[in-house]
Design a protein around this ligand. Structure first.
Ligand code: ATP
Ligand code: MG
Length: 561
């Protein structure tokens, strides 16, 4: 066998496929699958698995199916199937086929009878707790079930009765007869079938026995002709069982090969469906599509472009040890992409009024503002400018602290795409809060520069009061204050950030913001990127701020090394 040296370094998964192709193991065929259980919504961890499985298929000229691992009727639902298909399409992947493990229930049952006939499976009458106790533990012996040596005939009869509904839920299970002393707990006579009278979302009441994940997964791969079955590290010790089952059966295709890679974890969030469900159920977020959730639905509502998520999961690549990636890295992918694509607009989050005392009464000027400095083809837009404006309350101080270069009495600043203004005076309310700032403007400075080339130290954004539209804006902070919630063994929910959402109403926005479409992301100048809500376009979610926090983290890490 000759193995060609690959030109670029490849990860261990790709290296394996290259080696398999070189040895002719699957006749050069590459078939992968993404196998979600339809018991929740997809999160960004799933996006990593999706990206990998689809990339392998496309790089090696193969195929990738979406297969629902729908073997547990208690937790699964059609709602999740629909959502997963929708999210996958949104993420930009089209599966070669959409398949269901439940379509193989009859074949799986037939194979189970074959195992029984070979003396490799038996019906156990003990309850789940007893079976689990007898399994022992690492360095602890397992105890063989008293039913382990039933004859094949007796087992076959009992198993058929299980299928026919002769026994109560949980009264009996079918187990593989492998080795109760194995070092690998997965091989200590694992359960293949449980009795469960639950209506299945697809097979309805056809079955009262359901296969376990282990019995269904590898066989489903084999039925479909999967060559490379990619899963996450926690299944590494299931691999001998995956192979053992397949070794016993007459397969319709080559025996698939399981390869494990590290799960994606992100700082400041939780990733498992169980934890995400808890956030929803306990009311910490509004739902699975809350913009603070790491679900694809949440990120989508937040304004994360699917292409930025794909670029992120490609970038982190595959590894053999679990690690947690900084959420700032993901955000930097989002920011980089939005910088290229998002239109610039002006909105004032916490407005105070500016009156321009020398502005001609009733005059409205249309100033030209650049839509996207990164993209000339985005052009410019006229923005109405009048004698009364809104500016950010932060951008004016009656008594400026040191190094404050924005508006203050006697100081001149530039209004973005507008004019130079100089503050002359201000009104305050009874509590000393500024309510109105009085300014003069320089008529020669339209567009933001003057013939004498004089410099101003800052440029601030603004909205014409007569033309503003009122909007609601949600600002987001980390969902969990702790970067690794629950890592020290405490309840992760204790690390929730109570200030993860701040809602501002009465935000003043330029009129062009009335034209955004559902989900459109724009940059509010100086404030960040904001996505128009999918259902109500008068509501905006801050997707991400403008500051590149990832660059700072890298600098810090570089400094440490
Ligand atoms: P969870 O623990 O969140 O419930 P799961 O593994 O039970 O996830 P499945 O629906 O069974 O979810 O997963 C479908 C596929 O996605 C599996 O191959 C699984 O290994 C993979 N996957 C799930 N979470 C991650 C993750 N965080 N990183 C990478 N792959 C993941
Ligand atoms: Mg699972």
């Amino acid at each position: 066998m000759t193995t060609e040296e690959p030109s670029a370094p490849v990860d261990f998964v790709r290296a394996k496929i290259i080696a398999d192709n070189a040895s002719g193991r699957f006749g050069g065929r590459v078939q992968t699958r993404f196998p979600p259980e339809p018991n929740g919504y997809l999160h960004i961890g799933h996006a990593k698995s999706i990206g990998l499985n689809f990339a392998l298929a496309s790089e090696f000229g193969g195929t990738c199916n979406l297969r629902f691992d729908d073997t547990n009727p208690d937790t699964e639902d059609q709602e999740y199937i629909d959502a997963i298909r929708d999210d996958l399409a949104w993420l930009g992947f089209e599966p070669d086929g959409v398949l269901y493990a439940s379509d193989y229930f009859e074949q799986l049952y037939t194979w189970a009878e074959e195992l029984i006939a070979k003396g490799l499976a038996y019906v156990d009458d003990q309850d789940a707790d007893t079976i689990s106790e007898q399994r022992g533990g690492f360095g602890q012996p397992g105890i063989e079930s008293p039913h382990r040596d039933r004859t094949a005939e007796e087992n076959l009869g009992l198993f058929r009765q299980m299928r026919d509904g002769a026994f109560d839920d949980g009264a009996r299970v079918l187990r593989a007869k492998i080795d109760m002393q194995s070092e690998n707990m997965q091989l200590r006579d694992p359960v293949l079938y449980r009795i469960r009278r639950s209506a299945h979302h697809r097979t309805e009441d056809d079955w009262v026995i359901y296969p376990t994940y282990d019995w269904a997964h590898g066989q489903s791969d084999a039925i479909e002709g999967v060559t490379h079955s990619i899963c996450t590290l926690e299944f590494a010790d299931h691999r001998p069982l995956y192979d053992w089952f397949l070794d016993q059966l007459d397969l319709p295709s080559d025996q698939p090969e399981q390869t494990e890679f590290a799960r994606l974890g992100l700082t400041h969030t939780v990733m498992s469906k169980r934890r995400l469900a808890q956030l929803v159920d306990d009311g910490h977020v509004d739902g699975w599509d809350d913009p603070r959730m790491p679900t694809l639905r949440g990120l989508r509502r937040r304004g994360y472009p699917a292409s930025a998520i794909r670029a992120f999961t490609d970038h982190i690549g595959v590894a053999k040890t679990n690690s947690t990636v900084e959420i700032e890295l993901l955000e930097s992918f989002v920011r980089t992409e939005l910088n290229e694509t998002a239109l610039r607009r002006m909105a004032v989050l916490r407005p105070i009024r500016v009156v321009i005392t020398n502005w001609p009464d009733g005059r409205v000027a249309d100033v030209e503002a650049i839509n996207n400095p990164q993209d000339d083809s985005a052009g410019t837009r006229p923005v109405a400018f009048g004698g009364e404006l809104w500016i950010e309350s932060d951008d004016f101080k009656l008594e400026p602290p040191p190094k404050y270069y924005r508006l203050t009495p006697g100081r001149e600043v530039r209004l973005r795409a507008g004019y130079y203004i100089t503050a002359t005076d201000a009104d305050t309310d009874a509590d000393g809060n500024v309510t109105t700032v009085y300014c003069t403007y320089d008529p020669e400075s339209e567009g933001g520069s003057t013939a004498d080339g004089r410099k101003v130290k800052s440029t601030i954004h603004w909205v014409s009061a007569a033309h503003a539209v009122d909007r609601t804006v949600h600002l987001y902070d980390r969902l969990f204050a702790d970067p690794h919630p629950g890592a020290d063994g405490t309840d992760p929910m204790a690390a929730l950030n109570p200030g993860s959402r701040e809602t501002l109403t009465g935000v003043k926005a330029e009129p062009a913001l009335a034209d955004v479409v559902a989900g459109q992301v724009v940059q509010f100048e100086r404030l960040g990127y904001f996505a128009a809500d999918l259902d109500d376009q008068t509501v905006f979610h801050r997707t991400v701020g403008l500051r590149d926090e990832w660059a700072n983290i890298q600098k810090r890490q570089g400094g440490k090394a």
